[in-house]
Design a protein around this ligand. Structure first.
Ligand code: T3D
Length: 262
């Protein structure tokens, strides 16, 4: 598949998806949203791809919706409902529905829908100089792209309220403290470190990682009874994989397991 506004490179079972409009801080227009969706659909369906690394080119991860497209200085504003339905909701759903680990390397500022895309990913890593801005209220909007779903669950309602109402710039260190980020790396090391983590995941029992993701998705809304029943069901499924057999065999034989994601 050929892409214009993102780059996609598949190496060592990892699909590296890079947003690539650095001159506008990787803000997302309709075309780019479609390309991100296509790259995620490819990752979801491919046997070769066992992990995804999502990042941005240049000094930003993503500044959210391309505002020049949403409200052009001349001409009519775009249909916001349509943009959310066609551009952002499918991206967030694909990130959560893809039963493969999705690592996000936040290489600079993440604002608006850009920050909420990071919240939907499985493991979020950031560079020292990354920042997180729930920019919506600054322009009279409310957070979309799952921000009001994930942020209070990750950071708590108080922090979610402050971040979304004040639209303050949150530093990488603060984001780590709030639980938005798993680890921080120096700017010049982020990509390599993030790739190593994605590659490590791609060599793990990825079928089980997908089932973990399914269980965690449901934990956001299930009660304990429901979650215990789901764990039982998914554990039975995991125990039927070749990777489970290989994992136990390798442990008993005191060697490194070789997992296939099957
Ligand atoms: O249709 C809908 O609107 C519904 C969907 C909503 C989803 C959303 O994401 S709404 C929120 C949209 N995003 C924002 O409000 C953030 C806008 N950007 C900023 O506030 C700032 O750019 C940043 C805080 C992210 C970074 O500031 P700074 O000072 O480091 O950079 P800058 O100078 O503002 O930006 C550099 C260039 O990128 C600049 O262009 P220029 O002057 O060099 O030609 C700027 O216009 C452009 N840019 C940055 N963000 C966007 C953008 N262009 C279009 N859309 C953007 N979102």
């Amino acid at each position: 598949m050929s892409y214009k506004l993102i780059t996609v490179e598949i190496k060592e079972n990892v699909s590296v998806i890079k947003l690539n409009r650095p001159e506008v801080l990787n803000s997302i227009n309709k075309h780019m949203a479609k390309e991100i969706q296509d790259a995620l659909i490819e990752a979801k369906g491919s046997k070769e791809i066992r992990a995804v690394l999502l990042t941005g080119e240049g000094r930003a991860f993503c500044a959210g919706q391309d505002l020049a497209e949403a409200v052009p200085l001349e001409g009519n504003p775009a249909d916001i409902g349509e943009i959310i339905r066609d551009s952002y909701n499918p991206i967030i759903k694909l990130i959560r529905e893809t039963e493969k680990p999705i690592v996000c390397a936040v290489n600079g500022v993440a604002a608006g829908a850009g920050v909420n895309i990071t919240l939907a990913c499985d493991i979020v890593l950031a560079s020292d100089s990354a920042s997180f801005i729930q920019a919506f209220s600054k322009i009279g909007l409310i957070p979309d792209s799952g921000g009001t779903f994930f942020l209070p669950r990750i950071a708590g309602v108080q922090r979610a309220s402050a971040m979304t109402m004040l639209a303050d710039k949150i530093t990488a260190a603060e984001a780590l403290n709030f639980g938005l980020v798993y680890k921080i790396f120096p700017d010049d090391k982020l990509f390599d470190e993030a790739f190593l983590i994605a590659k490590k995941l791609s060599q793990m029992p990825t079928k089980a990682l997908g089932l973990i993701k399914r269980a965690l998705n449901k934990s956001l809304t299930n009660n304990l009874e429901e979650q215990l029943a789901l764990e039982e069901k998914l554990q039975i499924e995991a125990s039927k994989t070749d990777d489970y057999k290989e994992g136990v065999k390798a442990f008993l034989e005191k060697r490194t397991p070789k997992f296939k994601g099957e």
